[in-house]
Design a protein around this ligand. Sequence first.
Ligand SMILES: Cc1cc2nc3c(=O)[nH]c(=O)nc-3n(C[C@H](O)[C@H](O)[C@H](O)COP(=O)(O)OP(=O)(O)OC[C@H]3O[C@@H](n4cnc5c(N)ncnc54)[C@H](O)[C@@H]3O)c2cc1C
Ligand code: SF4
Ligand code: SF4
Length: 845
Amino acid sequence: MSKKQTLVVIGNGMVGHNFLENLVASDIKDDYDIVTFCEEQRAAYDRVHLTEFFSGKTAEDLSMVTEGFFEDNNIKIHLGDKAVAIDKARKFVTSAKGVEIDYDKLILATGSYAFVPPVQGHDRENCFVYRTIEDLEALTAAAKNAKVGAVVGGGLLGLEAAKALKDLNLKTNVIQFSPRLMSAQLDGGGAEMLARKIEALDISVLPSKNTQKIVDGTECKHKMMFADGTNLETDIILFSAGIRPRDEIARKSGIEVGARGGVVINDQCVTSDPDIYAIGECAVWKGETFGLVAPGYQMGRTVVADLQGQAASFTGADMSTKLKLNGVDVASIGDAHAKTTGSLVYTYQNGADEIYKSLVVSADKKKLLGAVLVGDASGYGTLSQYYLNSIELPENPDSLILPSRSDESVGLGPDALPDSAQICSCFDVTKGQICSAVENGCHTIPALKDATKAATGCGGCAALLKSVLDCELEKSGFEVNTDICEHFAYTRQDLYNLIMVEKIKTFDDLLEQHGSGHGCEICRQAIGSILASYWNEYVLAQGQLSVQDTNDTFLANMQKDGTYSVVPRMTGGEVTPDGLIAIGQIAKKYKLYTKVTGGQRVDLFGARVDQLPPIWKELIDAGFESGHAYGKSLRTVKSCVGSTWCRFGVDDSVGLAVELENRYKGLRAPHKIKFAVSGCTRECAEAQGKDIGVIATEGGWNLYVCGNGGMKPRHADLFATDLDKETLIKYIDRVLIFYVRTADRLQRTSVWMENMEGGLDYLKSVVIDDKLDICESLEDHMQNVVDTYQCEWKTTIEDEEKLKRFRHFVNSDETDENVVFVEERGQIRPANEDERRHFALVEEA
Ligand SMILES: Cc1cc2nc3c(=O)[nH]c(=O)nc-3n(C[C@H](O)[C@H](O)[C@H](O)COP(=O)(O)OP(=O)(O)OC[C@H]3O[C@@H](n4cnc5c(N)ncnc54)[C@H](O)[C@@H]3O)c2cc1C
Ligand code: SF4
Ligand code: SF4
């Protein structure tokens, strides 16, 4: 039997440890005695999720080491011991504690260190970096006696650290050397938009600041002196100015290092010494270092394959990345700076909502080369798949970044992906591997994670993993997991009940008590809607803002050119001549396009965000209020003229419509709700195509429920006949609150009814027969909504603080010059692309 060889790994960080896991899972495991040196006091932990330490995760929670891993696999780990020298000729490693180990193969996985600019005073007390659990412990201790914090560096990590300082209750500043944030990942437009979002978190961004020295402060512990003559007083300084490869041991031992540092490796990750490999952040491949975990894992897999004698190469890595900040969606994919020759760029910018998206495509517009998403990164999964799998783009690539004008999200369904599509880039898991794991019985996300490791690295693919799982389960006829998302193992209905029973008032409290991680767009908005339905509080209140969807945050509907439309309520479609004149005058004054909507009211288009408050004020002065056209809430109650004017009318449809609209106008729901009331069975108001439809009969009112026009029309079901008004209202109260409590997120009443077990009969048994004994509670809930109604426009214009949001640029009152109108049929409309180009040329000339 041949003698075992010795394999030594220097560094037990994320990459070193992942390498060990791959090695012991391979068929060469028994060929080696394995030894690893770990300079830190604890074995590998998840640095990617380090910030979660602040939200209560312990060092144990972050550990990457499964129980008994080292013992069971006969790996000798030297904890808290740093390897200090390599003797290449005699092939042994020496450690700081004096351990000497002969090796046959040596793997360097020493990672990086946080770079601290050598400015005078950088080593003063309370100056930190952000790399290890110990760093975070020291930071937490110092923050207890501090008021102000400064982060030097506005990259991915710097911003994550800044949010952590903010959450430690420090007045936080980000000091940025270059003029823009995340300059490595974002283009100019994206960076500008990101700065506004960071400022909105109450974190100050100080761009183009070159720190020259740090001295004693007067108000705070330190004073940072900048080259432009300005200064900043702060108690804590956190350096996040980039990372540098830990190549000191290689350098000292005569192993080749790159011009800008890093251990030079070839495609097999072999260094200048054939028996020494380097992987992870300490390695430099073709002049490039990789500051993300996935490329390090790829390098590790390459080394295991090479040791097995298989042909394997490291061929570079996808550096697409997402910022992990609550409420700030930022993602960058591939060639975000459009450096590829001939590449074309599409940009969508919505100054008011602070959304910026750009797509970089090949000259023939067929392939996605890169993308930047700020403010709305929901397309990250889809775009990454186009990018990683070279999937041909749709005919109009800009459709991938323009706002969807339907309620359905535009996406690349899992079925459109080939089996070879890489879903998880950290662990190189393909769609095919996930499908076969599902086929072999992994029917939940945790089971899939265990079996394939997908989504256990940076977690960026979690949403896509879930959609592949759901799709496969559905195809095989299995029941699909109804958890709202990976952060809450509950359905929307469960969450509603939790909020109701435990009287939870904010997203953060719910997350803390019943969720995990930071949350995502899905759970934030779903929970925002539940909180609004249940508590019926002002949607722009402190703590509620980040869970609102785009239109709600500005109490207006964003249109395709980034301007807004304003819809005052006209109950039952009724309006006085004075009201009409006021609307006309306001439209004239602000040069707005006016159109009568399908819901019998007037929509005013083309308002800039800064114009919204004055327009609302003038409308309110003229007796109007918000029409909630932006909310997932009651929109309109359409009516025919009914018995008052129509000779066929059997009852006063307008009167009832006005009463119903006034009753339900404040209700927030999983989706928008429309009503209509017709004065006789001729049905001029089309009530049978509405969520709630009412038709007058000789004997009272017939009630119809769960109808829909829109993309998937559904004829409403006749729910009850010949009702008196009091019973009618009681039934509507109950149906609506039952819908609000039990529907899925973004589910219209029509789909809710279609999916309801027992269908119409069941709904009748709940609402009419009180089968569940909840009717009283349903009515009480609705009465509370009615009693707590407020016009959100009015609340907003009366609050100076809230008004600050209604500016194009957080720091200035300037308006957005990107908004261009042309005239058509006597009114304005947004300029199209050709017209915009024409204006640009005229301006330049
Ligand atoms: C706060 C934070 C957030 C991050 N977020 C993301 C993210 O969202 N996505 C992403 O992909 N990446 C992220 N990263 C980067 C990611 O953590 C790194 O890419 C990854 O940890 C690199 O792994 P590594 O093993 O190469 O280095 P490390 O994890 O740094 O491990 C190297 C280890 O080697 C030890 N060591 C060094 N020299 C010696 C020696 N001579 N002897 C013994 N031991 C030694 C070090 O002490 C360290 O423990 C983040 C990093 C931080 C700090
Ligand atoms: S039907 Fe008309 S208004 Fe409605 S989403 Fe489509 S284009 Fe917009
Ligand atoms: S529905 Fe009947 S009452 Fe109403 S306008 Fe038509 S015909 Fe007249």
